[in-house]
Structures are given as structure tokens and as C-alpha cells.
Design a protein around this ligand. Sequence first.
Ligand SMILES: *Cc1c(COP(=O)(O)O)cnc(C)c1O
Length: 469
Amino acid sequence: MFPLEPSPELLEEALEQMTRFVREEIDSLHRQPSADVEGAEDLARTFVEGPPEHPQPLQAILERLRPAIRKTFNTAGPGYLAFIPGGGIMSAAIADFIATSTNRYVGVRPPSPALVQIEETAIAWMARLMGYPETAGGILTSGGSLSTLSAIVAARETLLPEDFSRGTLYVSDETHYCVPKAARIAGLREWQIRRIGVDGRRRMDVKALARVVDADRTKGLRPFMIIANVGTTNTGAIDDISRLLAVARSHSMWLHADAAYGGFFRLAKTGPDLMPDLEECDSITLDPHKGMFLPYGTGCLLVRNPECLKRAHAMDAEYLHDVRAQNSPNFSDLSPELSRDFRGLRLWLPLVLHGLDAFREAIEEKLTLTRWAYEQLVADERFEVLDEPQLSVIAFRLKVTGADSDRFNEDLMLRVNRRGRVFLSSTRLDGRYTIRLCVLSFRTHMDRVRDAVEALQAEASVVLQSVAS
Ligand SMILES: *Cc1c(COP(=O)(O)O)cnc(C)c1O
């Protein structure tokens, strides 16, 4: 029996059980398969049940939870090279445990000024790392999707406050799907989202953009926002921000950088050169749950002018009058949320505990590992590598001609994944099936990237034999 308010002894015992459980999960991560969803739907059905009328012991619940955690894509493990990994550092989990255990209120400032300041300071660090001036501000969100939504609403309210029915927004063909989704939620119609083509390195075609913006203005439309990619999900492509800025400035448009994946590469030695003028963008999406290795649910939106965020989100409510801060904006004035978790601690505590260099070194290592894997694949004539990696994604195919090329490439990826050491994902580029390998988890080191290359080479031989026969 575990009462809502356990005795100190019971609580301690439960914490020990929890600690043992987590330790077993983390210690075994390296041995766990990179993905295992065989029978996962059957397992899922065992969780379809009525509300529990009777208490159950914690140990039994943990034992029930364990297979649910294991029958998954192992997104925390070192072999996860699919989509955009991150891993989830334990120091953030410790911060979360403290934050939720002590459960103070951070939606507005006066109830917990120092805690709110911790989060504001962590946001200011993010702004500093991206090269923003001290006057910049921002908000921690649940992820890139919500950051993008708030950025679009901020741009809309700043530039078209009265009527956005003729407003148009510009994205490239490589934009993340959360951008048009956010635009739709923000009230834009499909036709108001203009898709611009990309060049050979999958960066937005700036000349085409300028032409379309001009044409739209001639038609009496109101171009108000450009969304640049700083690291596309498909291939890690980085748009030419300097040239996009020129277009944005000449038409008084808002330039937003979707740096959800790519932003933290600015911490690498070559980082600022990879994304020149990032600091000139009006707003930046960052996903600390990717490049800072935090657990899922940690996004960040930075804005050069915090007043714009406030204009888009601040409301008045009578019953909040005695707790609204007058001088410093409340988080609830800068985002759609009011009550929410103290996610700032999840960002602040790891930074002070590990220091910035730990993150710089980890991100640097990812670039080195990617470069190594790229060189191996380029040296192997059986592979067609689409482009030199701009960040830590490699997109490639097995060279197979003919109509079944896609099928053989899919076969190759599935064979590599079935080995259980690494897990890759795929996309379609130029209408063709393309395998992606993305190195971003802090747990991924040389041994695992070598496994990935070896698995690809060995399975390529098997697949090519089946092509020949
Ligand atoms: C991950 C990602 C997003 C979406 O962010 P979520 O945190 O998943 O909501 C947007 N843009 C890019 C480039 C991304 O990699």
C-alpha cells in the first residue's frame, strides 16, 4: 500500500526501487537491440484496461513497464542513427525529478522569482550561444513544432496585426512538415504558404524566392515571413541566411531560422562559419532535445525582440492580477501555455553540472564521426552518396539501376536494422528511396558508427547478389 503522502521510509524505499530500475535500463543500453518492436502491438493491447480500483505494488508496476520500454525503437541507445537522435542525458532526468518533486509554479514570475530567473538565464545562455545580443529573449517550449507556431504568430502579429488574409509565408521544398502545420494552426490557408525550390545542395533557391515575393507583391499580396532551414531533417542542408536576409530586409519581412536540428552545431569550432548571420534572424527555433541531448519535450524559441512574442501571446485575466510581474514578462505572456512544468531546470542544471565544454566536445565528435562515415561510404563504389554532409546527416543509396532500385535500397536498410546494432531511417529525395544516417546522440561513438558502416557494406554484398541473380 502506497498512500498519496508516503512516510519518509516508504518514499525512500520507492526511490531505491526506481533508482535500481533506471540503473538497469541505462547500464544495459549498450547491449539492448537498436530497435525491437516484434510483438509490441500485442504488448500494447495488455495496457488496454479499465481504471484500476485496487492499488498495485510499485515493483510489479515497474516490472510491467520494463517490456513496454524495451519493445521500442531504442531512441536512447548508441545505435540510434535514425531521424534526429538526441539520447537523453541523465543530469536532465535528475533535474526533472527535482522539478516535479518540488512542484513550484513558474507560469508567472511572482510565485517563484528565482526559479523563473533560472529558466530565463538558461534561455539567455541559448541566445548568447547563437550570437544574439543581450536584448534578445525567448521561451522554452515542448519542441520545435510549438516554437515554430509561436514564431509564426509573433511575425503575423508584428507585421500584419489587423488583417493577414493576404499575408504570404515562404518555405523551401525541404522545410520540416511542422512549418506548414504551424502555419495552418496560425490561421493561414494552404495557398498562403509558398513553397520555393532548392539548389543542388538542397538549400532554398534565393533567386526563385525573390521572384516569387516580387510577383506576390505585384498581385497585392502581403509577403511577411521567410523560414530558413539551418539543418534540414532530410540531409542537414543549411540555407544561405545572408542572402535570405537581404530579401527579407528589402521587403520588411520576418526571417525565421528553423535551427531545431542544426542550431547547436554553432557550438563546434567551425560552427559560426557553418551558419553565418544566424544572429541576424528575427527568430530561431532550437531543439535542446536534439543537439543538447535533453529528453524529449524540450524546445526553445529565441527572438531578437521579445516584445514581438509578448504582443502575440499576452492577455489580461482578472484573477491573475496579484501575481503578474510588471517589469519582466511572465512565461505565460510569451507562449500559449499558462500552467506548465519547470522545464528550465532540465536545461540549466546539466549546463552548470557539466559545463559548456562537455557539450562543445560532444557536438564536435558528432561532426568527426559523420565525416569518417561519409569518407568510408564515398570510398566504396557500390554506394552513391548524395552530398558532402553539411552537418551530421549522410544521405545515400546503393547503386542499383532499374525499376527495383528503391526496393533493393529498402531491403538494404531493413537488413542493417535487423542486425540490431544500429537503426537507420529513410526518406525520398528526387522521388527516389534514400537511406539516411544521422549521428547526434551523445552516446554514439566510433565503435557504433564503425558497426553501421560494416553492416552496410556486408549487407550491400548480400543485396547486390540478389540483384544479380
Ligand atoms: C525536429 C525538427 C522539427 C520539429 O521539432 P519537434 O521538436 O519534433 O516538434 C522542426 N524542424 C526541424 C529541422 C527538425 O529537425
